[in-house]
Design a protein around this ligand. Structure first.
Ligand code: TYM
Length: 378
């Protein structure tokens, strides 16, 4: 099942909804994925040198068939990367988590990336959305991807509506092999679900095989993404071998939380999300309103310390804005002992975030001149 709902109705993780406190150990069990082991991390480290902070910190925590991909790689068979975005609105910092990691893997392993922008999906699942809106967001979101530093030589952006001719044969091959009953139990479809949406998962599965189909090079795809996308890969894996392709492998990350108490960063709660286009004063306001592990008064906090484990601000440092482990642990320690108060910690983050976003927007502007170099047909 895509959605795992506990007895109290607290945790929901589907490609379209993530709610409540996410229990990642439970997801590994229920989704049937594997934890990232020390052994696998070592094997990645042999290629990358120092492990990426997202691996050291277990932000990427689970996988499927990563061992098989590494076995092949060690014997000289490359893999391709595949990831994507549903262009329902602007990009937030949470989306950047798997993309930054993808860029790292791409550089270190010298692999090609296929990046899917699902303007069709977002049109189908949202009653209000128009194709014009989702196409515009696809363009805007592609700028954010390119701004991170992906190079056109190795990066191929698929805009579903425009590029459907490249995906359609594969989509049909996949769709023919998924029964309605599997789709319903994997994605939770209801009688009221429109039939476009019911068919749609085959389109997200198709890019798993697009490299093999277009180039004749039958190498596996490795998909870095948060674990919410997992139901797609289960159906893609079921059909891969019937089609004569490798099963797509995955490496799953956790969700960057929102700035409220609990829950992932989600575009549907904009006041607790930082978007790449948020101006500096808005970033400052959102950070200052964020939920922390602080105490009622400064005096009390100095005396008893605060709790970084529940603090949304600390998660920002942990996920993206403090790469140096020594400095991260020191921040954690000073928080716990009451040496560091929430105001100072928030201020530091506002400065770091705004610096990052200013630079990101400069690169994003530049990307407008280059975006066509990333097209599938070039
Ligand atoms: P979308 O647009 O919901 O999300 C894009 C990517 O961001 C991840 N993500 C997050 N990661 C960390 N913290 C968060 N708070 C957070 N929120 C979202 C998602 O897991 C995803 O990797 N249907 C897909 C688009 C798609 C796709 C793919 C995604 C098409 N092909 C292949 C991944 C891999 C979607 O709507 O993603």
């Amino acid at each position: 099942m895509a959605s795992t709902n506990d007895e109290n109705g607290e945790m929901i993780v589907t490609p379209w909804e993530v709610k409540g406190k996410v229990d990642y150990e439970r997801l590994i069990r229920e989704f049937g994925t594997q934890p990232l082991t020390e052994d696998l991390l070592k094997r990645i480290g042999v290629v990358t040198g120092n492990l990426h902070p997202q691996l050291q910190r277990q932000i990427f925590f689970s996988h499927r068939d990563l061992d098989t991909v590494l076995d092949l790689y060690e014997k000289g068979t490359k893999f391709v990367l595949y990831t994507g975005r549903g262009p329902s609105g602007p990009v937030h910092i949470g989306h950047l988590v798997p993309w930054i990691f993808t860029l790292h893997i791409q550089k270190k392993f010298g692999t090609r990336l296929y990046f899917q922008l699902t303007d069709d999906e977002k049109f189908l699942i949202d009653d209000e959305a128009t194709l014009e809106q989702t196409r515009n967001y696809a363009y805007e979101n592609a700028l954010d991807l390119i701004a991170l530093g992906f190079k056109p030589e190795d990066t191929f952006i698929i805009y579903d509506v425009k590029d459907i001719d490249l995906l359609y044969e594969l989509t049909l091959e996949v769709a023919k092999r998924i029964t309605y009953s599997t789709a319903r139990s994997s994605f939770g479809f209801q009688d009221s679900t429109n039939i476009g949406w019911v068919f749609w998962p085959a389109i997200q599965a198709a890019p798993c095989f697009i490299h093999a189909k277009l180039t004749g090079e039958n190498v596996p795809a490795l998909i870095p993404a948060a674990i919410d996308q997992d139901p797609y890969w289960r159906v893609a894996r079921d059909v891969a071998q019937k089609l004569g392709y490798h099963k797509p492998a995955q490496i799953h990350c956790r969700f960057l939380p929102g700035l409220g108490a609990g829950g992932k960063m989600s575009a549907s709660i904009p006041e607790t999300s930082i978007f790449t286009m948020d101006p500096p004063d808005l970033v400052k306001r959102k950070i200052w309103n964020a939920f922390t592990g602080g105490k009622g008064t400064a005096a009390e906090q100095r005396k008893t310390g605060a709790d970084p484990t529940v603090c949304s601000i600390f998660q920002y440092y942990f996920y993206l804005f403090e790469e140096d482990n020594r400095l991260l642990f020191d921040r954690e320690r000073r928080c716990k002992t009451g040496e560091l108060l929430c105001g100072e910690c928030k201020n530091d983050l506002v400065i770091r975030l705004n610096k990052f976003l200013e630079e990101h927007r400069r690169k994003r502007e530049k990307a407008k001149d280059e975006i066509e170099r990333y097209n599938m047909n070039r």
